[in-house]
Design a protein around this ligand. Structure first.
Ligand code: SAM
Ligand code: SF4
Length: 462
């Protein structure tokens, strides 16, 4: 498949031309951003070059306004589930790379996956992101399909089941993507890692992943196979982050033009130390905390209706700031080693080290204390509000009418079934305050869902 939609020379030229934009040009870009219709990549170049503290503060405030208008105070929670760390690729930044002899290899059996899933359910999770290296045991790709079925089949506790399985596995062929869709996945997620061809080849030394075009066209094949909910991302630290943001936008516009809809989510992983990887501890293009905030803020303004996902790679402090700037989904209580939820053997089989080691309950309490509503909602996906249908609802702000009541209903489920006393107290106060601040119609809908949950019904959504 032709992959010429990442036009590098154009990006470098624009970056060069926008190195020192005038104050007026920056201010104009802020007002354009506040229309919430998105930005083009020249605007991204302009915003990326801001260093003046006053303008930087204005960038962050503009992003906060956009976030608040579209997403309100909701934060969707999920947990990754690593099923295998086998891999035939040689990505220099990753502990799972084939030649890393420091890593203990582990492929979970279906029983072990069932066990891990029940652990996550018992913490209160409703969404799982299934993750694997790029090599499967003898069943081949069927191993992933079987694992998805195993996860969905588990039941535990009061409201205990996983209601949405998102998947982050290596690029597939068209037929395999069709099978993945038939397995009822939520989002198919895949990161290009870097859109810079030279860097890409320098850090992906062997295996199928060394083929840039095969990877960058994966979302085309996924969408052709009918998966209209995809998530993209860049591994920040490999190449210039300004370049990556602009290339990301080229990728998005390509998908929008070809399929009528872009990605549902974008992830913002930063390179973290991983065993057997010097590069992971010495990123070629390190991204500072301030630049990381800029990345989140610029993305929020450039693609206002695309969810931004942040993982436990980041520390609690950075995470708190990023929520306000634009992040809408976070992982919590994560382990990045296969078997990590049931066993205490993190160090020799993990993919990378984590910045946030707190339990789901602690994270929920913390974000609730900051005034964010932890949401375990899976309503849109189960009512078929995905792809173009989701965007049609999201763009005029309609989706909030569904999301806010669903967030409160699933949060109440969590408080009733899984929360510690301390978290329940904080959470109930937040639910009450949120209801008080709602419009009349939304309040009635939310109250009725909450009432159902309180009287024992589960999985209530509109
Ligand atoms: N193996 C598949 C692949 O590479 O696409 C899917 C799973 S891979 C474990 C998921 C993601 O982990 C990669 O896309 C990469 O961005 C991220 N990753 C790898 N090494 C990392 C590190 N040292 N720090 C942070 N993220 C890392
Ligand atoms: Fe394998 Fe993915 Fe790690 Fe690369 S990033 S070594 S493909 S698991």
């Amino acid at each position: 498949m032709e992959a010429g939609f990442i036009r590098e020379p154009e990006i470098w030229k624009t970056l060069e031309e926008s190195k020192r934009p005038s104050r007026e040009a920056i201010k104009e870009t802020f007002s354009k951003a506040l229309d919430l219709k998105g930005l083009d990549y020249k605007d991204i170049a302009i915003l990326s070059s801001i260093s003046d503290p006053e303008l930087l503060a204005e960038l962050f405030n503009t992003a906060k306004k956009a976030k608040e208008t579209i997403y309100g105070k909701r934060l969707v929670l999920f947990a990754p589930l690593y099923i295998s760390n086998l891999c035939t690729n040689e990505c220099l930044y990753c502990a799972f790379r084939a030649k890393n002899t420091e890593l203990k290899r582990r492929v979970l059996t279906q029983e072990e996956i069932a066990h891990e899933t029940r652990q996550l359910i018992d913490q209160g999770h409703k969404r799982i992101l299934l993750v694997a290296g790029e090599s499967y045991p003898k069943q081949g790709f069927k191993y992933v399909l079987d694992s998805i079925a195993t996860i969905y089949a588990q039941k535990s506790g009061k409201s205990g089941e996983i209601r949405r399985v998102n998947v982050n596995v290596a690029p597939l062929m068209l037929e395999e993507f069709r099978d993945l869709k038939a397995a009822k996945i939520g989002t198919y997620q895949l990161f290009q890692e870097t859109y810079n061809h030279e860097t890409y080849h320098a850090v992906h030394l062997a295996g199928k992943k060394s083929d840039y075009d095969w990877r960058v066209t994966a979302m085309d094949r996924a969408m052709e196979a009918g998966i209209d909910d995809v998530g993209i991302g860049v591994l920040f630290g490999l190449s210039d982050w300004r370049f990556e943001l602009m290339a990301t936008l080229q990728h998005i516009r390509h998908l929008e033009m070809k399929f009528g809809v872009g990605p549902h989510t974008i992830s913002v992983p930063r390179l973290e130390p991983a065993s057997g990887s010097d590069m992971s501890s010495h990123p070629p293009k390190p991204v500072s905390d301030i630049d990381f905030r800029k990345i989140v803020a610029i993305l929020r303004l450039a693609i206002p209706y695309t969810g931004i996902i942040m993982s436990t790679r980041e520390t609690p402090n950075i995470r708190r700031e990023a929520f306000a700037l634009g992040v809408s989904q976070i992982s919590a209580g994560s382990r990045t080693n296969p078997g990590g939820y049931c066993e205490d053997e993190e160090f020799d089989s993990s993919q990378f080290s984590l910045g946030d080691h707190r339990s789901l309950d602690e994270v929920v309490r913390d974000i609730a204390m900051l005034g964010y509503i932890p949401s375990f909602c899976t309503g849109c996906y189960r009512l078929g509000r995905t792809g173009q249908d989701f965007m049609d609802l999201a763009k005029p702000g309609e989706i909030k009418k569904h999301c806010d009541p669903n967030a409160l209903s699933t949060f109440t489920e969590y408080l009733e079934d899984y929360a510690s006393n301390e978290t329940r107290e904080v959470g109930e106060k937040l639910v009450k305050e949120t209801l008080e601040g709602m419009g009349e119609r939304e309040k009635i809908v939310s109250q009725s869902l909450i009432e159902k949950v309180k009287t024992g019904k589960r999985d209530c959504y509109i």
